[in-house]
Design a protein. Structure first.
Length: 598
């Protein structure tokens, strides 16, 4: 490939993607080591790497010299393979990119810059509450630079260099945007992962091999404290250095979560604008999106001339449609409930009757209706898909009625495709999805948009105890709307704790943490670090019960021992005589104990 390119086609794009994937793969573990918390399960790099590898695999299955078709294949692979918040955002960045070039065989610098920009627009739309100082910011600032650079004559390699340089500078500035990053002197891990991909793109365009790791993430102020990171990431910056290496980012993906919003009905419709209505509201896409976002999440608005396509998860679809009707006429309305499921079954039966070589006659309309009703009756009202870590915890979820339990959680997030496949195996009218981890919520919501024929509801549980509490609160005989409220309320009332160990030295919220310390997390915040496991666990329990509680439940990890387990139970019984204590084998990796208080 020439170092000066005025156009790139699908073949060029495939090489860029492969080189970007290789750069990310080589450094995934380094990104994992950059979690703001010194816990042994930081997985930003793993999530982004597995997501991008899924895209590469799909691209290799469907190679094309047409850049639109190649980008479409990549986007599909990323969508289905997305893991964690960072993986979902990455998939949306390249989904928008693909839409921008869909009809193009090759693109110039200006078109390439526009494709990056549309990717950013789509990624921001995918997140209900975008947080600056994350991968979103890095992508946004880089794409802005690309648009500005492309206004003057430029070849594609020069453009990509400009995009990479701006991404580097934006990444270095992330500590100024997120206080938690500045506190520990790090930059965002998701943004660093994206920078690795861009670096691979530059290598591919320059027709060079990936050698030394790219470390140009820009300037961070001298008074920012630097972390000591594990072996293999030892280039520590000092106070006189003006550049920070990639080894010091931190994932801020927990900031991106949407845990306080729950909506039950997947609603889709088209709005025909400019119809002959005297009082029709003037359509402005931004204003329209803002108005509808108040009624739900997973909102997608695609406007094209006089047509607007809307997808939203809403608790009251009628309210959404009433709002939309102020702009025009509605059509192609779809709400995933029992009536739509029934219609779907009838259509399948009709097609089967018309095309089967084994039927002697076409069923009458009445016969089809009867058969459709009988098929619908076979579906149970409710089903559950939940994420679990550890055989014991998985068994608990199954005993509570979970139909599908996916192994995952902190140390390995399941992909969007994993969740889609699990949900498709559940024969129920309404399926509740419990992610049980803040880093899985976004992928769960993305999976919910890809399943047809049943109503999917994501209860955004952030911890294992929240998921268990939500399932216990479920009432089989109640309507979905009430169950959503009951389950969310139960999850919100749980105080969740976990005990693990520190993988490096750091100072966080004035807490001095040393490598190897046992650390206790209360609702995902580190509140204690101690050389003694029992003492750290007891301190955590004190924190969980600070505002009262009636029941403490302890789930023991695969590395916990019986003697320590018993001592912990005795501590609760002796210190809190009015509190009931339960202990269960969880079998979870990484965490010695998962503890809840209610």
């Amino acid at each position: 490939m020439s170092k000066r390119l005025n156009l790139i086609n699908g073949t060029d794009f495939i090489r860029m993607v492969e080189m970007g994937a290789e750069q990310l793969r080589q450094n995934a573990e380094q990104v994992n080591a950059l979690n703001v918390f010194p816990v042994p399960d930081g997985d930003t790099g793993t999530n982004m790497n597995l997501t991008f590898q899924s895209g590469v695999e799909e691209l290799r299955r469907r190679p094309s010299s047409h850049i639109g078709k190649a980008a479409e294949a990549l986007a599909k692979g990323l969508l289905m393979g997305a893991r964690g918040n960072s993986g979902v955002i990455l998939s949306q960045l390249f989904r928008g990119f693909a839409k921008s070039v869909v009809n193009m065989e090759a693109v110039n610098a200006e078109q390439l810059a526009a494709a990056f920009q549309l990717g950013v627009d789509m990624a921001y739309k995918a997140v209900v509450r975008p947080v600056e100082g994350t991968i979103l910011t890095v992508a946004k600032e880089a794409s802005k630079q690309g648009i500005q650079h492309a206004k003057r004559p430029s070849d594609i390699l020069t453009l990509m260099n400009a995009i990479q340089d701006k991404a580097s500078a934006a990444l270095a500035y992330t500590p100024e945007q997120l206080p938690v990053l500045k506190q520990v002197g790090v930059v965002d891990a998701g943004g660093q992962g994206l920078l690795f991909i861009y670096n691979g793109f530059v290598h591919a365009l320059a027709d060079s091999q990936i050698g030394t790791v790219y470390t140009g993430v820009g300037h961070v102020s001298r008074n920012v404290r630097h972390l000591t990171v594990p072996s293999g990431a030892s280039n520590r910056a000092n106070d006189n250095e003006k550049q920070l290496g990639y080894r010091e980012p931190v994932s801020a993906q927990a900031k991106l979560a949407t845990e306080d919003i729950v909506f039950g009905y997947c609603t889709e419709f088209m709005v025909t604008l400019n119809v002959q209505k005297e009082k029709a509201r003037h359509f402005e896409e931004h204003d329209f999106r803002e108005r509808l976002s108040a009624f739900g999440d997973s909102l997608l608005v695609v406007a094209d001339d006089d047509l607007v396509r809307v997808h939203i998860h809403a608790e009251y679809p009628g309210t959404v449609m009433n709002e939309a009707m102020e702009y025009g006429e509605l059509s192609r309305i779809k709400i995933e409930n029992m009536r739509d499921q029934h219609s779907h079954i009838l259509m399948e039966e009709l097609e089967q009757a018309e095309h089967s070589n084994h039927v002697d006659k076409v069923m009458s309309a009445a016969e089809l209706t009867l058969q459709g009703e009988q098929e619908a009756v076979k579906l149970k009202s409710y089903g559950f898909m939940t994420i679990s870590a550890g055989t014991g915890i998985s068994g608990i979820f199954k005993s509570l009625g979970a139909d599908q339990v996916i192994h995952g959680g902190q140390s390995m997030n399941p992909s969007t495709e994993d969740m889609v496949q699990a949900v498709n195996q559940i024969d129920a009218q309404t399926v509740f999805i419990l992610p049980n981890n803040s880093n899985i919520v976004l992928a769960a919501q993305q999976a919910a948009q890809l399943v047809e024929g049943k109503t999917l509801v994501v209860i955004p549980t952030r911890t294992i105890p929240q998921g268990i509490a939500a399932m216990i609160a479920f009432q089989q005989d109640e309507e979905p709307e009430l169950n959503i409220k009951l389950m969310q309320q139960a999850a919100d009332q749980v105080e969740s704790g976990a005990v693990t160990y520190a993988v490096r030295d750091t100072v966080l919220d004035e807490l001095d943490i040393k490598q190897g310390d046992y650390i206790g997390l209360h609702n995902s915040k580190i509140i204690t670090a101690d050389k003694d496991l029992l003492h750290a666990s007891c301190t955590l329990i004190d924190s969980l019960l600070a505002n009262g509680g009636e029941v403490v439940t302890i789930y023991t990890g695969e590395e916990a021992n019986k003697e320590q387990n018993q001592q912990l139970v005795q501590y609760v019984e002796q210190t809190y005589s009015d509190v009931e204590v339960e202990i269960h084998h969880g079998g979870q990796p990484v965490y010695y104990y998962i503890i809840s208080a209610e």
